[in-house]
Design a protein around this ligand. Structure first.
Ligand code: ATP
Length: 310
C-alpha cells in the first residue's frame, strides 16, 4: 500500500470484466505505470446500503488488507481502496485467466495432472489463509481466478470470518464481524453457497477451518466429476444430501477424452475430506501427507506456484 491516497482519476478504466451482486469489475491501467494492469471492483454506495451489504464489503476490505500485507501468490492482492461520492473502489490483482469454473466448464473435467496442480495450489493458499486466523467460508470454483499462466488466485473474501484463536481449530467459533464471540456454537447465519456449505454449519450453525476443508473436498470432487458432489433440485434438497453424505461417483466425463478412470487416490482423498463429523475430517496438514501428493515437496514454493501453461 502506498501512503498517498489514490483516486479513480489515477487509472484508465478499460472493459468490464464481470459483475457481482453489489459490484462491477473493470480492467484498468495505472496512469503512472501503464504496464501494470489491475482489476478495479466498483461498488455502488447506494446499492450497498439499500441491499444491506455494508457488513460484507467491510469484511472483504479488512480481510484482503490483512492478507495483502503478506503477499501470497495464491490470493488476489488488494492494492488500494478509495471512494468518491457514488462508489467504493477496490484495486486488485488482475486475473486474465478468468474463473476456474469457466475453465472447468470448457474442459468438462480436469485430468489428473491438472487436478493435482490446482489442488496443491489451493491447499497452499488455504493453509496461508488459515494461518492468519481467517476462514474464507465461500470457497468454490467461481471464487478462484487464474493468472495468465494458469496459477490460481483465491478471491471474494466478503463472507470471511476470523477464528477465536484460543479455541481448538476445527471446532473454533467465529463471527463475521471480525471479533471473537463467547456464545458457543454461534456463527453468522448461512453464508456461502448451498453446494459447498459444510454439514456443521447446517446442523449446528458452527463454522471453522474444517468448513473450508469441506469446500476444498467438494472442489476436488468437482475437478474430476465436472459437477459438485451435492446438488438437489432446490437448496433444501441439497442440504439434505450434504448431511446424509449422499453423493455419487460417476464416470469421468472429460470432453475430447483420452483419459482413463479417476485416480483412486483422488477418490480416497475426497472420502477422507467429505466426512460429516468435523472432528473426524482430515485436517490440512494430513491432507498434505496423503499419498496423492507423495511427489509434492510442500516446501518448494517455486515448484508449487509454477504455472500450468508456462
Ligand atoms: P457476488 O459478489 O455476487 O458473490 P462476485 O464475487 O462474482 O459475485 P465480483 O467480485 O464483483 O462479484 O466479480 C464479478 C466478476 O468479475 C467475477 O465473476 C469475475 O469474473 C470478474 N473478476 C472479479 N475479480 C477479478 C479480478 N481480480 N481479475 C479478473 N476478473 C475479475
Amino acid at each position: 500500500m502506498t501512503s498517498r491516497k489514490r483516486s479513480p482519476h489515477d487509472f484508465i478504466f478499460k472493459e468490464e470484466l464481470g459483475h457481482g451482486s453489489y459490484s462491477t469489475v473493470f480492467k484498468a491501467l495505472d496512469k503512472k505505470s501503464p504496464n501494470k494492469t489491475y482489476a478495479i471492483k466498483v461498488c455502488s454506495k447506494k446499492h450497498i446500503i439499500n441491499e444491506a451489504k455494508v457488513k460484507y464489503v467491510t469484511i472483504e476490505k479488512n480481510t484482503m488488507n490483512l492478507l495483502a500485507q503478506k503477499n501470497h501468490a495464491g490470493i488476489i492482492k488488494l492494492y488500494y481502496t478509495f471512494h468518491d461520492e457514488e462508489n467504493l473502489y477496490f484495486v486488485l490483482d488482475y486475473a486474465p485467466g478468468g474463473e476456474l469454473l469457466s475453465l472447468l466448464h470448457r474442459m468438462g473435467t480436469f485430468n489428473d495432472l491438472w487436478t493435482r496442480h490446482f489442488t496443491v495450489q489451493l491447499i497452499d493458499a488455504l493453509e496461508f489463509i488459515h494461518s492468519h486466523g481467517i476462514i474464507h467460508r465461500d470457497l468454490k470454483p467461481e471464487n478462484v481466478l487464474l493468472d495468465k499462466d494458469g496459477r490460481l488466485m483465491i478471491t471474494d473474501f466478503g463472507a470471511a470470518a476470523t477464528i477465536d484463536s484460543s479455541l481448538e481449530k476445527d471446532s473454533a467459533r467465529c463471527n463475521s464481524d471480525g471479533n471473537s464471540i463467547n456464545d458457543s456454537h454461534s456463527c453468522a447465519s448461512f453464508v456461502g453457497t448451498a453446494e459447498y456449505v459444510s454439514p456443521e454449519l447446517l446442523l449446528y450453525n458452527q463454522c471453522g477451518y474444517g468448513s473450508d476443508i469441506w469446500a476444498l473436498g467438494c472442489m476436488i470432487y468437482q475437478f474430476v466429476q465436472g459437477h459438485p458432489p451435492f446438488r438437489g433440485e432446490n437448496e433444501l434438497k441439497t442440504f439434505e444430501k450434504i448431511v446424509a453424505l449422499d453423493y455419487p461417483w460417476g464416470p469421468n466425463k472429460r470432453l475430447n477424452n483420452s483419459t482413463p478412470a479417476i485416480n483412486p487416490l483422488v477418490i480416497n482423498l475426497v472420502r477422507k475430506i467429505l466426512v460429516v463429523e468435523v472432528n473426524e475430517r482430515i485436517p490440512l496438514k494430513l491432507i498434505k501427507r496423503h499419498p496423492y501428493f507423495s511427489k509434492i515437496d510442500w516446501n518448494d514454493k517455486a515448484k508449487i506456484w509454477r504455472g500450468i501453461w508456462e
